[in-house]
Write a protein that binds this ligand. Structure first.
Ligand code: BTN
Length: 325
């Protein structure tokens, strides 16, 4: 009931009468008042005016199960929510929940992670109350070869959700979102197979939101939305927008099972496009000119002899020849 009341308060123009809420939920005035009191204790500024009712003031950055549930109104993406104050890694937890039968579209999110994981076995700094950490569990019915493309679909969704909030960002192939040339988002996609089929896919997303101390190495390549824009955004609003966008993007992806419908938008926002890049793969490193991605999500890199190499994401890293981008 609390998240429903929150949703109604947010949507209401003016005051919502106590009587209206009682009738809506079939509960007593005391029960409504108790729920309002709880919301106030959670940090919501709910004004109670005799003979008028209740009204929600201001927009605060409250990141809680209630707040997310009251916002996410998609068909399936994020509708089944697992919320943790503290967890080792939302990706790891998502896998445990998947093994236990959690459904397609389950969203696993946490205020802080004690063992946040990045690509290539790196760790992911996950201090409390500063950032967004979530994993989305998918149970696709397509072949395993398609799964890595979901990372690019998610990168597109995050970039677009940020654009809807009027933040300009770019994508660093395959899965980083950058603001003014520095990383604000990383994505880690993991897959489990059952025989030759996908059992599930977990897409983990970490977004740096508020100012926070970074060590010297991180400072060179990472930043936060607040550092770059001076704005403190409500984390739940961004998660809501990403779920809405991803749901649309996933449906588009399902139509072709490739990135053809995303190609133009993805390439337009690609920070590496038309730039000299350094490709670091297991066999060594080489330089080339990045042309953009193809509909399988491979980066097309033109080498000195003009041949074009299709770079497959996997464990490869691509960076600018002078630094991160
Ligand atoms: C990268 O190396 O760029 C990928 C970072 C992915 C971090 C996110 S935070 C939420 C989810 N849980 C994890 O342990 N990792 C991902």
């Amino acid at each position: 009931m609390k998240s429903e009341i929150l949703k109604l308060l947010r949507e209401a123009e003016g005051y919502l009468s106590g009587q209206e809420l009682c009738e809506r939920f079939g509960v007593t005035r005391t029960a409504v008042w108790k729920a309002i009191k709880q919301l106030q204790n959670e940090g919501y500024e709910v004004e109670a005016v005799p003979n008028k009712g209740y009204s929600l003031k201001g927009q605060t950055d409250i990141f809680s199960k209630n707040e997310l549930e009251s916002r996410i109104q998609t068909k399936w993406a994020g509708r089944n929510l697992y919320f943790y104050d503290c967890i080792d890694s939302t990706n790891h937890q998502a896998k445990l929940l998947a093994e236990d039968g959690a459904c397609h579209g389950s969203l696993i999110t946490a205020v802080t992670q004690t063992a946040g994981r990045g690509r290539k076995g790196r760790s992911w700094e996950s201090p409390p109350d500063k950032n967004i950490y979530f994993s989305l569990l998918l149970r696709p019915d397509f072949i395993p070869n398609c799964a890595p493309m979901l990372t690019l679909v998610m990168a597109h969704s995050v970039q677009k959700a940020l654009a809807l909030m009027e933040f300009t960002t770019q994508i660093k192939w395959p899965n980083d979102i950058v603001m003014n040339g520095k990383k604000i988002t990383g994505i880690l996609t993991e897959m489990s197979l059952q025989g030759e089929d996908i059992q599930y896919v977990v897409i983990g997303v970490g977004i740096n939101v508020k100012k926070q101390p970074f060590d010297d190495e991180l400072k060179r390549k990472a930043t936060t939305i607040e550092d770059e824009t001076g704005k403190e955004i409500p984390r739940a609003v961004l998660v809501q927008k990403i779920m809405e966008q991803f749901e649309k993007d996933y449906d588009l992806f399902q139509k072709t099972k490739d990135l053809s419908l995303f190609l133009e938008e993805y390439n337009d926002s690609l920070v590496n496009r038309n730039k000299e890049v350094l490709v670091l793969d297991l066999a060594g490193e080489y330089q080339g000119f990045a042309l953009g991605i193809n509909n399988k999500g491979e980066l097309l890199v033109q080498l000195k002899d003009h041949t074009i190499k299709n770079v497959y994401a996997g464990e490869v890293s691509v960076r600018g020849i002078y630094g991160y981008v």
